[in-house]
Design a protein around this ligand. Structure first.
Ligand SMILES: [Fe+2]
Length: 297
């Protein structure tokens, strides 16, 4: 049977090379197809494809258009969640369990105003998991980060870059090994986070994006905290060229942001106090949050 497959491939591709077949099919196979066939990869039930050692998944919360990112070291199975949402913690735990992962950090890019972080619920389910946020956010957490700190999970790592301006404590997390960055709300695809509350400052946001994000190589992929139009990923080069806000001059950007006149965030009075404790909510606060959501849906 295998011999027949090889003959067919040779017929279709006269210059077929067994080396190429090896890389395509993931098997060692000799042209003679005698006894040298052997599997190079043995897929165990919990072994998943990874991008050069990193297992990466982008997850979505419909209610607030929030992205949560699951990253794991495919060698050790140590894993982190960036910006988990409290309503979706059951999904995230089940998913991590199915993949055989060991969640060690629940990381927030900032103190969110539009939803309650899932780190509190994650810690209830996984007592060894640590909550993480920037020191400048003013939130309490197991681990408070500063500019230049490194977060490691297995053989993977993220560099922490402070990107204040949307809030005073925003942090962007960068994987240089995989040429990707998680920007929270500092930079959205063709947009950016608002700057009219939580120590927001358009001048600071402009500087943060240009100095900490646009200074990365153009081919770094950028993963935002939200998207409202169906986009999932962008790149440094793309946003440097096409972002309608951040391609403005600094003066024009500040003027634009000051004139947005956006509505007051619907959950800010519930979310911010809870998120300042990394999602450890009192029952009263949780019930209040649910009542507001019920009215809105
Ligand atoms: Fe935000």
């Amino acid at each position: 049977m295998l011999r027949q497959v090889v003959r067919n491939v040779e017929r279709i591709l006269p210059s077929w090379n067994p080396e190429v077949a090896t890389s395509i099919f993931g098997v060692n196979i000799s042209r003679s197809c005698g006894t040298t066939y052997s599997r190079r990869y043995s897929m165990k039930p919990k072994e998943m494809p990874s991008d050069n050692g990193l297992l990466f998944r982008q997850l979505f919360h419909e209610g607030t258009y929030t992205y949560t990112y699951l990253l794991a070291c495919s060698k050790t199975r140590d894993a982190i969640l960036i910006d988990p949402v409290d309503d979706m913690v059951d999904r995230d735990l089940k998913y991590a369990d199915e993949l055989g992962l060991n969640l060690i950090y629940g990381i927030n890019t900032h103190v969110h105003a539009d939803h309650v972080t899932g780190t509190g619920k994650l810690k209830e389910a996984l007592p060894n998991l640590k909550s993480v946020i920037s020191a400048k956010s003013g939130a309490s957490a197991d681990k408070c980060l500063e500019n230049g700190n490194i977060i490691t999970f297995g053989t993977e790592y993220l560099e922490c870059r402070e990107t204040p301006g949307h809030t005073g404590g925003c942090m962007t997390y960068v994987s240089h090994d995989h040429r990707m960055a998680f920007t929270g709300d500092a930079l959205l695809i063709r947009g950016c986070g608002r700057t009219d509350f939580q120590q927001g400052n358009p001048s600071q946001l402009f500087d943060s994006v240009h100095k900490q994000i646009f200074s990365l190589p153009d081919n770094y992929r950028l993963y935002p905290g939200h998207d409202y139009k169906g986009f999932t990923v962008t790149s440094v080069g793309e946003e440097k060229t096409l972002n309608p806000r951040l391609t403005l001059s600094k003066e024009k950007f500040i003027e634009f942001m000051r004139e947005l006149n956006l509505a007051y965030p619907r959950l800010i009075d519930v979310s911010v106090p809870a998120n300042l404790k990394c999602g450890t909510l009192s029952k009263a606060a949780h019930d209040g949050s649910q009542q507001i959501l019920d009215k809105l849906h």
